[in-house]
Unconditional design. Structure first.
Length: 178
């Protein structure tokens, strides 16, 4: 079996963007599930890599992004997913976790060939990251209950595309590291 890493996408978030009101209900459902997934991954020694948007803050680093999100009105969605000391962190500027980031290099150095993607937004960053992982020959798993969406219909279509077109395994998070 390939070495696996859990990739947490854009969950360190202030929810201060135009579509946040549409995202928040789904994020509220996903956070406890993703927190459980994180706990299980850490318990069995699966590396956890947070890949997070920098929100245009080009002088920021992961600690500042976390502090800003924890000081915001939706800290309750960030606190349960807080990175621990062993977590790795990559800052991104665009949708895919791979686009102009060192993630491919980091995963190669760690010997990772299988990615479990959780986070937000299913029909945007998760979809584009799954595609970029697929074209880089990574195995991909997406736990459907650990990804948040803005538009449910587009999220369903995105999950179907990941499964059909990219060979991703789409499953429930309870199937992972139980």
């Amino acid at each position: 079996m390939s070495k696996t890493a859990l990739i947490v996408i854009d969950m360190i978030n202030t929810y201060d963007h135009p579509d946040a009101d549409q995202l928040l209900p789904s994020a509220r459902r996903v956070v406890p599930v993703a927190a459980g997934l994180l706990d299980r991954a850490r318990r069995v020694g699966v590396p956890v890599v947070y890949v997070n948007d920098n929100f245009g803050q080009w002088r920021s680093h992961h600690g500042e992004l976390l502090d800003t999100a924890l000081a915001g009105p939706h800290a309750d969605l960030v606190e349960p997913l807080r990175p621990d000391e062993a977590s790795l962190f990559v800052v991104k500027a665009r949708h895919s976790v791979f686009f102009e980031t060192p993630l491919s290099y980091l995963l190669d150095q760690e010997g990772v060939h299988h990615l479990v993607l959780c986070g937000q937004v299913t029909e945007q960053c998760v979809l584009y990251s799954a595609l970029d992982a697929h074209i880089r020959h990574f195995e991909v798993t997406v736990p459907r209950d650990a990804v948040a969406h803005i538009h449910a219909d587009l999220a369903d279509a995105a999950l179907e595309m990941m499964e059909r077109n990219m060979g991703a395994r789409v499953c429930d998070s309870a199937e992972l590291w139980t």
